[in-house]
Design a protein around this ligand. Structure first.
Ligand code: C2E
Ligand code: CA
Ligand code: CA
Ligand code: CA
Length: 284
């Protein structure tokens, strides 16, 4: 509490109050926002580090709030998780993204299909409809499971028991890729990786950030090198996020990472931007 002058002490922090009011306001506004179509998705390209080609994109949800403007997911995903709205919201994101992937595939015809990465929150993992909803969405859009990658954070799977892993295993058996997001931030036992139905490791942005200095911290280099070689020995692909400079991209390529994502290539944007990037790429 801050002294407000004299012997009066203000116990409440007015900014914290405003934040709490906004949180409450946003939470109660969420269901109507979904009905009114106030959410939209931006796509950020995933680029192959070896040849620079666009391989797909990650779907990132935003809320165009009538009063507050565009809100990022960090502002409302935790609220949606808390109220359970994340289940229908997540289903909506998946449906939109899969349809978008179909649209990209149609445009490129015979080219390699662009893949779509969609984030799954832990609440969606425990929701019994996950597998069936995903199957239905893919079928309705006519998209093969191989075009979809579901991203689950490392922390959501730490200590996961078999019940939690079962739906992910079913999806993986169908051909859906499962990526372990924010890898390296949790404390998961690396040996534990074998037990998880994942095929992609998404190295957390903190590793990419440590590649900013030149020369990079030798310990960080060793850690990334170790993670990449372990991942590859387990047949996992490595994606790096938060690549902001060409130097980082080059360093991570040399370290053997497979795919990258970050502002250096493109910020998240409307789906048409991916068309342009992939077309530029396809024509040289
Ligand atoms: P994430 O899955 O780790 O997504 C990557 C975040 O890094 C995104 O933030 C992206 O805009 C940002 N980013 C990308 N490239 C760069 C870069 O070069 N530098 C920096 N500094 N940042 C970069 P965003 O869009 O704000 O999303 C934040 C988080 O919200 C995501 O983190 C994800 O956990 C969650 N999220 C987003 N969309 C969804 C969704 O549809 N469902 C669920 N459950 N969570 C979502
Ligand atoms: Ca992600
Ligand atoms: Ca991530
Ligand atoms: Ca993150």
């Amino acid at each position: 509490a801050k002294s407000a002058g004299g012997n009066r002490f203000e116990l409440a922090d007015p900014e914290a109050d405003a934040r709490a009011i906004t949180r409450h306001g946003l939470t109660t506004a969420l269901p109507a926002a979904l009905e009114r179509g106030e959410f939209f998705i931006e796509y950020q390209p995933l680029v192959h580090l070896g040849d620079g080609s666009v391989r797909g994109a990650e779907a990132l949800v935003r809320w165009l709030h009538p009063q507050h403007g565009v809100l990022g997911p960090d502002r409302f995903i935790p609220l949606a998780e808390h109220t359970g709205l994340i289940v229908p919201l997540g289903r909506w994101v998946l449906e939109q993204s899969v349809r978008q992937a179909r649209d990209w595939c149609e445009r490129y015809g015979d080219g390699a299909p662009l893949r779509i990465n969609v984030n799954l929150s832990p609440c969606q993992l425990t929701h019994p409809g996950l597998v069936q909803d995903t199957v239905d969405i893919l079928e309705r859009a006519g998209v093969t499971p191989q075009a979809l990658c579901l991203e689950v954070t490392e922390s959501a799977l730490i200590g996961a028991d078999d019940d939690l892993l079962k739906p992910l295993r079913r999806l993986a058996e169908m051909g859906v890729d499962i990526a372990l997001d924010d890898f390296g931030t949790g404390y998961s036992n690396l040996a534990n990786l074998r037990r998880l139905p994942v095929s992609v490791l998404k190295l957390d942005r903190s590793f990419t950030q440590s590649m900013q200095q030149f020369p990079a911290d030798p310990v960080d280099l060793k850690i990334v090198e170790g993670i990449v070689s372990l991942a590859h020995s387990l047949d996992l692909a490595v994606t790096v996020e938060g690549v902001e400079t060409g130097a980082q991209a080059e360093q991570l390529r040399i370290l053997g990472c497979d795919t990258a994502q970050g502002w250096y290539y493109a910020r998240p944007g409307p789906p048409e931007r991916l068309h342009q990037l992939a077309l530029v790429d396809a024509t040289g």
